[in-house]
Design a protein around this ligand. Structure first.
Ligand code: C5P
Length: 484
């Protein structure tokens, strides 16, 4: 929750300044957004806002905001007004160096800004309007996502709340996509929770405590269980056959000839309680009794955010919707995700499901290989996906694997080579002694004298030259004790 009224007013002022600047824009605004669920929802909210206020815009997505991208964008498009969403705060120096034609740059981001941003603001060759809740004491890693920020910006414009209230659901989907459900029973906290309240009051979202299995309406229960990775369910995750057997063994399949017809939503409370109890038993097996039943329970049940009046089963649960958007973005089709939000939901729904199936398959293969190739470097665990892991999947694989590992401080995941570089995803492990992963990463990159990266307290990412991988791990081992 916000610490003080002063912080809240400062953020509101910053949003108002951005709104004033947007109103005076008379050129095409290029929205550049990140390809994950938060980036897609943030950009979609902004696109709808600009449409509402009658400002022309072009929407573009980017996976990696680096020098090559900015140079090309600057020379081919010659943009005058640019709006960065869900990225930019950590790259303001690059933006300032390579956007030579820009007159005005908006940044709407919740990531940690570069340390000397105020100097760069002053010296940039264009006007910088930088909205980041971290400037006002909010934790951008857990209390507010970029999509929530773009909803707040829309609220500043809204003459009538009903014009923008529907955006609340996309703010919630974006925040869940960024794993900001870190409150009690996996609830959203801080400014995100105020948006949830507004959505509930206006009957956009319904909140309940339930099993957190994705696919409650959209797929048979056995398939939903087989596709569950958080936590990994031994003998069930990745195996349709194992999941079917499990359901039959615990008596939930009794009398049913067609298992394809039972979904999680079809179970009554008593059946759900049996399912939960048996799942807890399974999961405790894989952790060898080293984590408590209560902890396992908290992984399996919690707050579920349901979108009211949503007729497409995969879009009815905000967490499932966000996975669908991640699938679209990570497979290079963020525009399909945008179409689900902005306009042609009916036309693009099936296409988004095909992308989701491909994505799920890749993740399932990625997890299998990750478990085989996990290397133990003491407090650091390493998965080197050089020959098999796509750069866009390191993030998801790292998040899943980190939830399912017991010992250690940090998980490091390396991707396949891209232009002689590798993507790295870093995650804190359960009970890690590391305070701030981003800080640690930046110090390692400083000593490595190459690479670019950023992130926040619990998750960070970087690109480094492929030949520097061993040195990266060595430096991580050396520097880690200094930042604990
Ligand atoms: O990609 P991944 O999910 O591992 O990234 C973790 C965090 O690090 C994210 O917040 C992402 O925006 C950030 N990151 C970054 N610079 C990079 C790669 C990731 O700031 N080059």
């Amino acid at each position: 929750m916000y610490e003080s009224i002063r912080d809240f007013l400062s953020l509101a002022r910053s949003l108002k300044t951005a709104a004033k600047h947007l109103m005076t824009s008379d050129d095409v605004i290029y929205i550049l957004s990140h390809i994950d669920a938060d980036g897609i929802t943030c950009a979609s909210i902004l696109a709808q806002l600009l449409y509402l206020i009658g400002k022309p815009f072009v929407l573009k997505f980017v996976n990696r905001l680096n020098m090559e991208f900015l140079k090309k964008f600057d020379s081919e498009i010659e943009p005058r007004e640019v709006m960065f969403c869900d990225l930019g705060s950590g790259q303001l120096d690059l933006i300032s160096n390579y956007l030579s034609k820009a007159r005005r740059v908006f940044i709407l981001d919740h990531h940690v800004p570069i340390h000397n941003y105020s100097k760069i603001h002053d010296e940039a060759p264009f006007k910088v309007i930088h909205v980041n809740p971290r400037f006002y004491g909010y934790n951008g890693g857990s209390e507010i996502s970029s999509s929530s920020l773009s909803y707040l910006l829309s609220r500043v414009f809204a003459g009538k709340i009903k014009d923008v209230i529907n955006f609340t659901k996309y703010a919630v989907i974006g925040a869940l996509g960024d794993n900001q459900d870190v409150g009690e029973k996996r609830s959203l906290i801080g400014l995100n929770s105020l948006i949830v309240n507004e959505a509930k009051q206006n009957e956009i979202i319904e909140e309940k405590i339930d099993l957190l299995i994705l696919g409650r309406k959209s797929k048979p229960l056995y398939q939903a269980l087989a596709e569950t990775y958080n936590p990994i369910l031994p003998g069930i995750t990745g195996s349709l056959e194992g999941a079917l057997k499990f359901i039959n063994n615990i008596g939930l399949g009794a009398g049913r000839l067609d298992m394809d017809s039972i979904t999680l939503d079809d179970l009554n409370e008593k059946q759900k309680a049996i399912l939960l109890e048996k799942l807890i038993e399974r999961v405790s097996l894989s952790f060898g009794g080293k984590i408590s039943v209560e902890e396992i329970k908290n992984m399996l049940i919690g707050y579920v955010y349901l979108l009211k009046n949503e007729d497409k089963p995969m879009l009815a649960d905000a967490r499932e919707f966000s996975t669908l958007l991640n699938a679209c973005g990570k497979l290079g089709q963020p525009q399909v995700g945008v179409a689900l939000i902005i306009s042609e939901k009916d036309k693009f729904y099936d296409q988004s499901i095909s992308l989701y199936k491909r994505y799920k398959y890749s993740i399932s293969e990625g997890i299998k290989k990750s478990r085989e190739s996990l290397k133990d470097h003491g407090r650091i665990k390493v998965i080197d996906g050089e020959s098999w892991l796509d750069e866009n999947l390191t993030s998801t694989v790292a998040s899943i694997m980190s939830q399912n590992l017991l010992n250690g401080d940090i998980l490091v995941v390396f991707s396949q080579k891209i232009n002689n570089h590798v993507k790295i995803s870093l995650r804190k492990l359960r009970g890690s002694g590391i305070n701030n992963l981003r800080e640690l990463l930046i110090r390692v990159l400083d000593e490595l004298k190459c690479g670019e990266g950023g992130g926040h307290e619990d998750a960070a990412g970087a690109y480094i030259p492929v030949e520097k991988k061993d040195e990266f791990i060595k430096l991580l081992k050396k520097i880690m004790p200094m930042v604990v």
